[in-house]
Write a protein that binds this ligand. Structure first.
Ligand code: C2E
Ligand code: CA
Ligand code: CA
Ligand code: CA
Length: 280
């Protein structure tokens, strides 16, 4: 038993080193990408499933690597979090998303109530004066706090509960909305939910994906929906790809959605075009 594990260590050692150094390489490249503006944001429409209208967008980061092409945020966001790069990256994303929203609203005043959702990592939220810097971004971009919704994870809430609670209360004084992302996948305990000023629960796409094939996923969504309604929170489902999923979600009282069924995340110009086509 012991021998096997020693052998394993020996066998995997060089491999681990290669991986570590290629990660370091990618980390340096990400630092340059941020400096050289090789990162961009795509925007995925968020839709009312009651009347099909456009409610807002979620800003999602994209990295077009010169040689390697598109690198997924699933790969580079964790890297940015470990290296601390998520702080300048997240700041840039907030500024960029707010500026885009301002531009769209100026062109299409009919959509002056659109809401921009932006993902925020723990490390970013825990920076000194996070709320103040968000406020500066809002003022510079010329949009209201009520037009911004920040998406944070359950882990962020739990790991630094006291500090995070203070930051979130500061954000609420700016009229900013708060959503828990990937809800149901973290270490939820019902008691913590009430301790934070949360407006929205976002059902993770893994549940939506299986809701019509797995009884468990369906039941979990049912429970999350009941929870949201009981606590007076709004509910959004992500990853809706099929008509049947939409119908089932509507029946469960989830009236806001996001997913390929409505639209993929769109580059800036395509998102603007999406708004234009929406009318009036
Ligand atoms: P997330 O916040 O849970 O975002 C939803 C993900 O689901 C996005 O993946 C989106 O493109 C994808 N998606 C949306 N609709 C569908 C659908 O119908 N089917 C399927 N299969 N997927 C769908 P994406 O863009 O690859 O982003 C992955 C994750 O990276 C995000 O998950 C988020 O956690 C993180 N991320 C992206 N941009 C940022 C950012 O600016 N800051 C931070 N902190 N994290 C970010
Ligand atoms: Ca999100
Ligand atoms: Ca998710
Ligand atoms: Ca996430």
């Amino acid at each position: 038993q012991k021998r096997t594990s020693q052998n394993r260590t020996l066998v995997y050692q060089p491999d681990l080193q290669t991986r570590a150094s290629s990660r370091l390489l990618l980390e340096n490249e990400l630092r340059d990408a941020l400096k050289n503006k090789e990162l961009s944001l795509h925007y995925q429409p968020i839709i009312s499933m009651q009347n099909g209208s456009l409610l807002g967008f979620e800003a999602l980061c994209r990295w077009e690597h010169k040689e390697r092409g598109q690198i997924s945020p699933i790969e580079f966001i964790p890297l940015a979090e470990e290296s601390g790069l998520i702080v300048p990256l997240g700041h840039w994303a907030l500024r960029e998303a707010c500026t885009s929203l301002k531009n769209w609203i100026e062109k299409y005043p009919h959509f002056s109530n659109l809401i921009m959702n932006v993902n925020v990592s723990s490390l970013q939220l825990l920076q000194d004066n996070f709320a103040t810097s968000v406020n500066e971004i809002l003022l510079n971009a010329g949009i209201k706090g009520s037009q911004l919704k920040l998406e944070i994870t359950e882990t962020t809430l739990i790991e630094n509960a006291e500090l995070v609670r203070d930051v979130l209360l500061d954000l609420k004084t700016l009229d900013i909305s708060l959503a828990i992302d990937d809800f149901g996948t973290g270490y939820s305990s019902l008691s913590y939910l009430n301790q934070f000023p949360i407006d929205t629960l976002k059902i993770d796409k893994s549940f939506v994906n299986h809701m019509n094939s797995s009884e468990d996923s369906y039941k979990i969504i049912h429970v999350i929906s009941t929870l949201a309604h009981t606590l007076g929170m709004t509910l959004v489902a992500e990853g809706i790809e099929e008509e049947e999923q939409m119908t089932a979600l509507q029946k469960l009282g989830c009236h806001t959605g996001q997913g390929y069924l409505f639209s993929k995340p769109l580059a800036n110009d395509a998102a603007e075009e999406y708004i234009r086509k929406e009318g009036p």
